[in-house]
Structures are given as C-alpha cells and as structure tokens.
Write a protein of this length. Structure first.
Length: 147
C-alpha cells in the first residue's frame, strides 16, 4: 500500500540578500495547491516539409508555486521577498538568488537551486465567497536535486 499523504510538508526559502539565513514556510492554504511543481517541457518537436519529425532539446526553467494563507507570517515574509525583488521607478531590486529546500512527509527531499522569484500578489484580493484569496508566489529555478 502506498501512503501519499502530504501532511507535514516543510519548505525553507533562502534568498541571498533578503533572507540569507532562510525562512521556513509551513502555513499552506486550504483552497490552492500548497506546493506545485507543474510539468516541464523537456523536448521541442516540429515537422519538416515532407512530414519528417524533428526533435530538439531546449533548456526551460523549473517552475514552482507556493500557496500560503493570506496575512500569515509566511505570506508576510514572501511578500517582503517579492517586493524586495520587484523593480520600479526610483527603486532598486535585491536581485536575490533563491534556494528552495523541500522536505516531504515520506522522508524524501528536493533542493531547488539558482532560482528567482517571478510572481507575487502586490496586495490582498477578496474572493466572492467573502474571504481573502490565497496568496500564490511563483519561482523559477535552474536545477533540482532529489533524494
């Protein structure tokens, strides 16, 4: 029998400038995927003029999304990280290099390295159900090691 429970997931985000010692992330949302690493295209394909299949490799970033409880400590920390790395008129970006460490409940782990934060909500949003929307923060990484 396989136990595929995600209860007990642990994450640590280390940002080279903003959070050099790292922050723990454990306050995951109830209405969004807490940790999502969607599929990644590993090969491009095309068809030649006469119907021959052409395949070629192309490097793509490894994307990760974290969904946390709005206004939680984890949300506040990730919002600080997003704002520190946002560019704007008269504003300097921290240009953090992100490392994400993931501890799964079954004892396995993953280490995502050479990353950047790519998306983050600039403010709270309210859903039609009358509650704050879950905050989603997105990252892109150069590599991942699993154990």
């Amino acid at each position: 029998m396989q136990d595929i429970s995600g209860f007990g997931l642990r994450l640590s985000v280390r940002a080279s400038v903003t959070f050099p010692t790292g922050i723990a992330v454990t306050q995951f949302a109830d209405d969004g995927d807490p940790f999502d690493a969607p599929t990644q295209q590993i090969m491009e394909t095309a068809m030649g003029l006469n119907g021959d299949l052409i395949a070629f490799s192309k490097a793509n970033p490894i994307k990760v999304a974290l969904s946390v409880i709005p206004n939680s400590d984890d949300d506040r920390n990730l919002a600080v990280l997003a704002e520190a790395n946002r560019v704007g008129k008269g504003k300097r970006s921290a240009r953090d290099v992100i490392t994400l460490s993931v501890g799964f409940p079954d004892g396995r782990s993953a280490l995502f390295t050479q990353g950047k934060i790519t998306d983050g909500a600039p403010a709270n949003s309210v859903a039609s159900a009358g509650r704050y929307k879950t905050k989603v923060y997105m990252f892109a990484f150069e590599s991942v090691a699993r154990s």
